[in-house]
Design a protein around this ligand. Structure first.
Ligand SMILES: [Zn+2]
Length: 288
């Protein structure tokens, strides 16, 4: 149907009036849980989660053709949703208030937030944190998002049985610090277990460091670093001896002499029998 210019003008006036009424009645809208957005081109009202102000629970949009759209957790509600019954368009402020009051009878479907969400499911998706009491949940694709039932829409309730059966069948997932699985795909329980393992690992490394530091200090004090076959340098010398000739081809070099002396020393059962090369003796620190 072709619209007349004058009709366009009337529409524009009506729309501007609706916006103006919303801005004038901010307090009233706020008392029923909605804030008016002043910078959006379409009339937009937002409902935030109470405790986390910038977490958007839902947005109600009235476009310039007076059609209403509702999104919950950033997802559009189907146009067949119960909330749109008898209200598809809004022209005047009072009708808008009546429409907003309808939300008091609805809650956001909780989905299945208590079931591990790392299970691939064909007919469902994982919704991440939107500021609700749960940080993630599994919703079936047909989830109505807003429900007039206690806490879960009929589709998610029906799907819950399938999820619970799948959850019972799956093998318990072994917690590993070397797994390539991203943290975002892990359950809360898995993450807690992983954090505990990391804490334990850190404590163990810290303990080892403390013991090593103590051992090094003690050996430095007694000047026995080089004579300890358990010290890491022994292993290092042993491991590197095969590549010694390649790395240090000059048999006269001091480095080569040092390594050969160290290998000789390591192979001695009684370290007191060591006969140092004169050059090494010359370089040893003199104790007074
Ligand atoms: Zn649902």
């Amino acid at each position: 149907m072709i619209k007349l210019e004058s009709e366009d003008y009337i529409d524009h006036e009506t729309y501007q009036q609706l916006r103006l009424d919303c801005e004038k009645n901010e307090k009233l809208l706020s008392s029923i849980g909605f804030e008016v957005m002043k910078t959006t081109s379409n009339l937009t009202l937002i409902q935030f989660y109470e405790k986390r102000f910038f977490s958007t629970k839902m947005a109600i949009i009235v476009d310039k053709e007076f059609n209403i759209f509702v999104s919950v957790h950033n997802k559009h509600l189907s146009e067949n949703h119960l909330i749109f019954e008898r209200t598809k368009t809004i022209y005047i402020f009072n009708d808008l208030v009546m429409f907003l009051k309808k939300f008091e009878k609805f809650v956001v479907c909780i989905g299945n937030s208590d079931i591990p969400y790392d299970m691939p499911q064909r007919n469902a998706y994982v919704e991440h944190d939107h500021g609700a009491v749960y940080s993630q949940t599994i919703r079936v694709n047909q989830c109505t998002l807003l429900t007039d039932r206690t806490n879960r829409c009929s589709y998610c309730s029906k799907f819950r049985g399938t999820l619970q059966r799948a959850n019972r069948k799956r093998k318990p997932c072994e917690v590993s610090l070397t797994s390539n699985r991203p943290n975002s795909a892990m359950t809360k329980e898995y993450l807690i277990e992983k954090a505990k393992m990391l804490k334990k690992q850190c404590e163990s490394v810290e303990g080892k460091n403390r013991r090593l530091r103590h051992e090094i200090d003690r050996k430095n004090k007694n000047n026995e670093m080089i004579e300890d076959t358990n010290w890491d340098i022994s292993g290092l010398v042993h491991e590197e001896s095969s590549t010694l000739q390649e790395v240090l081809p000059d048999p006269e070099s001091f480095q080569r002499l040092f390594w050969e002396e160290q290998i000789k020393f390591n192979n001695l059962k009684d370290k007191r029998q060591i006969r140092r090369h004169p050059l090494i003796v010359k370089c040893e620190p003199q104790t007074s």
